[in-house]
Write a protein that binds this ligand. Structure first.
Ligand code: ADP
Ligand code: MG
Length: 572
């Protein structure tokens, strides 16, 4: 294949236009993005080497090198990571492969303008951030383990890029940024040092740069030799501390460092909602640094979404998607676990069965749930913001995590006949404000609060002053299947079975009236029964209405209307 020129995927070009033309408030982060990619690439080749050592090609002196060249006006970022072959470059650099990003681009298109530049900072522009400071980017790369698969890619960010095979002796990727005239400051040693320190200090591989110092030569006694003039000395210097942030003690880590690390591992551009950093000792020894994001990702409910936490064993990277560490209903949690107990050559199969992993998971779940409980207790408003993003996922836990049902049920929030639109009630509050005559917890399921407000089923509850929870998420049907009671009180659907909200005397009184009416109007009832006999099981007089003439009721154990709708949608 010779050199070819191709067009960027439309979305990529839109993204590039945003990057180049929006007044981006923090250009420095382009370097963080490229260093982060280089670090990911080294992680990948190390991981591959577990099963196939030949990919190392005898080179495991991990390094990310920054090379400023003032004469050429270029800044180069060089790594000895996994590299890419031509197809991978096309796939990773020419298109946006990540699910969700496209949808996000679509929603951003209308919102981003020069007076709203912050928005672009909210999602990962990644590699394309280079074009904030460069008017041309050249990328040389070669995939680990295949000498022939070298490739050269180049673009000015103007709609097209060129790509051609090229041979490269060394594995890894080299990115040359031809800096725009006004951004030559990024060639300055101190500028580079400060950006690396600020955004990439925790990167666990050395980020190095050749630094030239002018010195007066020293004699054998270590003293400067007088009259000897000066000499230039160039040394490769490591710019970052490389300290694994999770291995440090909490008091040593600043909030900014925690946040930067979060952005590195999550590819999120926003700060996290909460940071949980702890170590466990005893039967299971590990350190964990996990984060609860502030906003739900677009692909939260996509089946093929990548999930899991990063797993290290004694500071050695094992995998970045260990699904076994966190249950599905907490799939939004991001972070790192570093175990001291697992063997370094741990395999997929072992991970699935391992008791240590199960212990770690149990411990993590406990921490996440207690953090949320504390948040709900102490910062209710911010908990509500979190709940609106992740409540729907968290609810899955009530169904799937029996062991933590008690904790989860207290994290639930619902709208109700007594909450204002958009505000919530917890089960605890609900029970606390129940009138004395009320013995059960009532709920109604459906698609929206507005629709449910109209339901005739609510009439009798309103007249009694009994609160009814609005369950409007599809997942709520599963929640109430698992959660049949709370604090000794049954949860009852207002539209299911023969529900009674009256005291015994009231019941007797009403029952008498109902029987009389049933007798008096028996002809009417048989007429209606006859007409509707293919559609309903039974027609009867009811005590549950106060204003409306009739309503549909489900069997105690049958499906209600909402559940039927959901099953239909699922083709059941
Ligand atoms: P992200 O890092 O969020 O996946 P980026 O835009 O930063 O998105 O990078 C896109 C993809 O390009 C990466 O996922 C990776 O596959 C590839 N890539 C980028 N930089 C490198 C590199 N230095 N070495 C190998 N692959 C890289
Ligand atoms: Mg990236």
């Amino acid at each position: 294949m010779s050199k070819t020129t191709k067009q960027f995927q439309t979305e990529v070009q839109q993204l590039l236009d945003l990057v180049i033309h929006s007044l981006y408030s923090n250009r420095d982060i382009f370097l963080r993005e490229l260093i982060s990619n280089a670090s990911d690439a080294i992680d990948k080749v190390r991981f591959e080497a577990h099963s196939n050592e030949s990919v190392l090609e005898g080179n495991s002196d991990w390094k990310i090198k920054l090379i400023p060249n003032k004469d050429a006006g270029t800044l180069t970022i060089l790594d000895n990571g996994v590299g890419m072959n031509i197809a991978e470059v096309e796939e990773n650099i020419g298109t946006i492969a990540r699910s969700g990003t496209k949808a996000f681009m679509q929603s951003l298109k209308d919102k981003v303008s020069s007076d709203n530049p912050e928005l672009i900072g909210q999602f990962g522009v990644g590699f394309y951030a280079s074009f904030m400071v460069a008017d041309k980017v050249t990328l040389f790369t070669r995939a680990a383990g295949s000498i022939e698969a070298g490739c050269c890619w180049e673009s000015a960010g103007d709609g097209s890029y060129s790509i051609e095979p090229c041979s490269r002796e060394k594995r890894g990727t080299e990115i040359v940024l031809h800096l725009k005239e006004e951004f030559k400051e990024y060639l300055d040693e101190w500028k580079i040092r400060s950006i690396v320190k600020k955004y990439s200090d925790y990167i666990q591989y050395p980020v190095v740069m050749d630094v030239t110092r002018t010195e007066v030569p020293k004699g054998a006694d270590g003293k400067e030799i007088e009259g000897a003039g000066t000499i230039e000395k160039t040394e490769e210097e490591i710019l970052n501390s490389m300290k694994a942030i999770w291995a440090r003690s909490k008091s040593d880590v600043t909030e900014e460092e925690y946040n930067e690390f979060y952005k590195h591992i999550s590819h999120d551009f926003e700060n996290p909602f909460r940071t949980i950093h702890f170590s466990a000792e005893g039967t299971s020894e590990f350190k964990a640094l996990v984060y609860l994001p502030a906003r739900k990702p677009f692909d939260m409910f996509f089946a093929d979404r990548k999930k899991g936490l990063q797993l290290y064993v004694k500071r050695v990277f094992i995998t970045d998607k260990c699904e076994e560490l966190i249950p599905d209903y907490l799939r939004f949690v991001k972070g790192v676990v570093d175990s001291s107990d697992l063997p370094l050559n741990v395999s997929r199969e072992i991970l699935q069965e391992d008791v240590q992993i199960k212990r770690i998971q149990k411990n993590l779940v406990g921490k996440v749930l207690s953090t949320l409980a504390e948040e709900k207790e102490k910062n209710y408003d911010s908990y509500v913001t979190f709940w609106k993003e992740f409540g729907q996922v968290l609810k899955e836990g009530v169904h799937f995590d029996f062991a933590n049902k008690e904790k989860l049920q207290d994290l639930l929030l619902f709208e109700s006949t007594r909450s204002e639109n958009g505000s919530f009630v917890s089960l605890k509050e609900y029970v606390e404000r129940m009138p004395e005559a009320q013995k059960e917890i009532y709920f109604i399921t459906g698609t929206s609060r507005e629709a449910l407000e109209q339901s005739p089923h609510l009439e009798v509850f309103r007249s009694k002053g009994f609160e009814v929870l609005f369950l409007t998420d599809p997942v709520d049907e599963w929640v109430v299947q698992a959660l049949t009671e709370y604090d000794g009180k049954q949860l009852k659907a207002v539209d299911r079975g023969d529900i009674s909200v009256d005291s015994e005397e009231e019941q007797k009184e009403k029952e008498k009236k109902r029987e009389e009416a049933q007798k008096e109007f028996s002809d009417l009832v048989s007429l209606i029964t006859d007409r509707l006999k293919d559609k309903v099981k039974e027609v009867r007089f009811s005590n549950r209405l106060t204003d409306s003439a009739c309503c549909l009721v489900a069997d105690e154990h049958g499906m209600n209307a909402n559940m039927e709708r959901i099953m239909k949608a699922m083709n059941q």
